[in-house]
Design a protein around this ligand. Structure first.
Ligand SMILES: Nc1ncnc2c1ncn2[C@@H]1O[C@H](COP(=O)(O)OP(=O)(O)O)[C@@H](O)[C@H]1O
Ligand code: SF4
Ligand SMILES: [Mg+2]
Length: 365
């Protein structure tokens, strides 16, 4: 490890403050990601979770400096080991990418070109950053593939991407991402396209990266089950804003935001028969152009009441020592929403009063 990449115990690896990303549309700027803040410690795994369209990929791409849409405006701060990523010139961002920060995607075919063997492509990646002979690079490639659980790695290295199964391609992509020992791996829906058994294996692999490679992981997923199995901390995004954040165990045991509760209800049970239908969250997130004036979750929230309607919750309110939610209920001292039971939905007509079940704590149990 280079001296300038040694971890400093005082600093989190990544410290994101009020990250905002807006795209121009129809002559005005539409905020897609708004005031997202989080920290990621060395060797920590943080799950960034939310429904499709909530801004997870845009957040990751902004951190990587990979948004090149004309007119995009990115503000806020993202300190990586104390170095500001927002506004960093592309040349310096390129140097960080692959060397200290790497990213993997849902579809490994986007990472590999079809015309070269995966071994050749990983060799090239290694040689782009380190002065190694072709033979030395190949030895490293084979070692990495082996560490990623690729059987017969020397022979597999000579295969073309389309000759590998989806699970093997994903392992090869993680090997390529890890080829330069990045301190931070951003994994955007890395298991979404895989079947359940292979998904569990890849999550195992990701979980072990902190000990095997000393990496921290920002794991992006729409699946709370994936978060439960893999992440130390959870950040729930809704319509481009943080809905809830905290240690995964706390968020799962005692969700502080009705949206988190609803996401949790959609996890298939770990044991016993799988129900034919899992409860879905009724309705859809608002299109960024049509966010309501108040809480963006309001139109789908069972607990919506007057204070939710005029403006979004003004802050993240503490739910526990390290847990906070962007919902007015904790600040009002209202008992937090219970876990939804199977079949429940979270839609209810807008009323001006908190629902009856929130007026008496006994009603919760
Ligand atoms: N380059 C872009 N220009 C304008 N809007 C974009 C762009 N990229 C993404 N969006 C919008 O940002 C929102 C969040 O997208 P995304 O981050 O991909 O969601 P997800 O949480 O599914 O990863 C979506 O409404 C999407 O249409
Ligand atoms: S109770 Fe109000 S602030 Fe909380 S999630 Fe529901 S609508 Fe939003
Ligand atoms: Mg995405």
């Amino acid at each position: 490890m280079h001296a300038d990449t040694m971890p400093s115990p005082a600093l989190p690896l990544l410290d994101v403050r009020n990250l905002c990303v807006s795209f121009p549309s129809g002559g005005r700027l539409i905020p897609i990601v708004e005031n997202v803040s989080f920290t990621l410690a060395e060797q920590e795994i943080l799950g960034l979770v939310g429904e499709s369209g909530s801004g997870k990929s845009v957040t990751a791409m902004a951190l990587m400096g990979l948004i090149d849409s004309p007119g995009v405006v990115i503000t806020g701060s993202a300190l990586f080991r104390g170095q500001e990523l927002v506004g960093l010139p592309q040349k310096q961002l390129r140097r960080l990418r692959g060397r200290q920060i790497a990213m993997i995607f849902q579809d490994p075919m986007t990472a590999f070109t079809p015309v070269y063997t995966i071994g050749w492509q990983i060799d090239e990646q290694i040689r782009a950053h380190e002065k190694l002979s072709r033979k030395q690079a190949r030895a490293r490639t084979v070692q990495l593939l082996g560490e990623m659980g690729v059987p017969d790695p020397a022979r597999t290295a000579d295969r073309y991407p389309h000759q590998l199964s989806g699970g093997l391609r994903q392992r090869a992509m993680i090997a390529m991402a890890l080829s330069c020992n990045p301190a931070l791996l951003i994994a955007d829906e890395p298991t979404t396209a895989l079947d359940v058994t292979v998904q569990a294996q890849i999550l195992d692999l990701i979980r072990n990266l902190r000990t095997s490679h000393g990496s921290s992981v920002l794991l992006i997923t729409h699946d709370m089950g994936v978060v439960a199995e893999t992440c130390d901390a959870t950040l729930v995004l809704y319509s481009g804003r943080v809905a809830e954040t905290g240690p995964t165990a706390d968020v799962f045991a005692r969700p502080g935001h009705p949206y988190t509760t609803a996401l949790l209800a959609s996890i298939p049970p770990l044991y016993g028969a799988r129900p034919d239908r899992l409860p879905a969250i009724a309705g859809a997130p608002p299109a960024p152009l049509h966010r309501p004036a108040g809480c963006a979750f309001g139109p789908r929230c069972q607990f919506v009441h007057t204070p939710c309607l005029a403006a979004p919750p003004p802050a993240l309110f503490a739910v526990g020592p390290s847990q906070a939610a962007a919902c007015v209920l904790p600040a009002e001292g209202t008992p937090l929403p219970p876990r939804l039971t199977e079949g429940a939905v979270v839609t209810a007509p807008v009323s001006s009063q908190p629902p009856a079940q929130f007026s008496s704590p006994e009603a919760q149990s």
